[in-house]
Design a binder for this molecule. Structure first.
Ligand SMILES: [Zn+2]
Length: 290
């Protein structure tokens, strides 16, 4: 993300004073990042969040051309992401048959993940905040552009997907509640490629985690945090998984050596100053049923 990050100045941010998940005020500083943001863990609920996030100006700067400058800029990453789409589609396709079903992807980007569902006969819809990505996705799918909780969406869905997008959702509970309200009875909520703050690597690598919590990726989730909240909305966890070995990012032996090196750093009280590898539980994949 380096290219766009460099254009973010202090007036692109706003402070966050209380836990965005539970409103709690007690917290522990996990680390301080390059933008002098404190990444906090809530003492009441365990939610991980940045005390400084993008404001309106920052949001439009950051997402305006995210599609071309970041998301589609590097062909190796695009190819690997395409492989992940395949794996993550196959996983949910084992649970639900999509033929003729309504599928909504929240934070759908240019619609790459939706393509898989379309091929399986689903009727596909998307929500996207970034203008450029929304326009690209609109060429193929019905897209609502804007902030999901405040959009009027006159439809109900068999499946709602948050793929790699929940960490950008302000305010997070409103996004999940909106999704739940739009699900049909027995509909599924599929959250995947979401950084796991309960993972060994998040705790070891902090700012150098594969997808760290910071000024543009505001939040970090765990399975128990999500399940505790979604149960209050009468959703039930029906499946969970961690993609790793089968993913295009895995290099098992070298990954283990890097993690071992990070553990040694921690034991010696040194900062881990290299990037985390892909690893067994870095990312969350969870499925809930209404
Ligand atoms: Zn909290």
């Amino acid at each position: 993300m380096g290219m766009l990050m460099s254009t973010l100045t202090e007036n692109c941010f706003r402070p966050v004073d209380t836990c965005p998940w539970c409103g709690g005020k007690i917290n522990e500083v996990l680390y301080v990042n390059d933008y002098s943001a404190e990444i906090l863990e809530c003492g009441d609920c365990g939610f991980v969040y940045s005390n400084k996030i993008l404001n309106k100006k920052g949001l439009s700067e950051y997402w305006k051309e995210y599609a071309s400058q970041v998301h589609l800029a590097d062909s190796v990453s695009v190819q690997r992401r395409e492989q992940m789409y395949e794996l993550e589609f196959d996983y949910i396709a084992r649970i639900m048959d999509f033929n003729g079903k309504n599928v909504l992807d929240v934070g759908c980007g240019e619609g790459g993940f939706l393509n898989k569902f379309k091929k399986a006969g689903a009727i596909c819809y998307g929500v996207e905040y970034g203008q450029e990505a929304a326009e690209l996705a609109s060429e193929k799918f019905k897209i609502w552009q804007g902030e999901f909780p405040y959009l009027d969406i006159p439809k109900n869905f068999d499946l709602i997907v948050f793929r790699g997008s929940l960490q950008y959702c302000i305010p997070p509970k409103e996004y999940l509640a909106k999704a739940t309200s739009l699900l049909k009875p027995n509909g599924l909520l599929y959250i995947t490629s979401s950084p796991n703050t309960q993972s060994l690597c998040f705790k070891l690598f902090k700012q150098n985690f594969t997808l760290p919590v910071g000024v543009t990726d505001y939040y970090g989730f765990s399975e128990s945090l999500l399940t505790n909240y979604l149960e209050t909305l009468n959703l039930k966890l029906i499946a969970q998984y961690h993609f790793y070995k089968e993913s295009p990012y895995a290099d098992v032996e070298n990954d283990i050596l890097k993690v071992a090196k990070a553990i040694e750093c921690r034991r010696q009280g040194k900062q881990v100053d290299f990037k985390a590898p892909a690893f067994y539980d870095n990312m969350l994949t969870v499925v809930y049923k209404k």
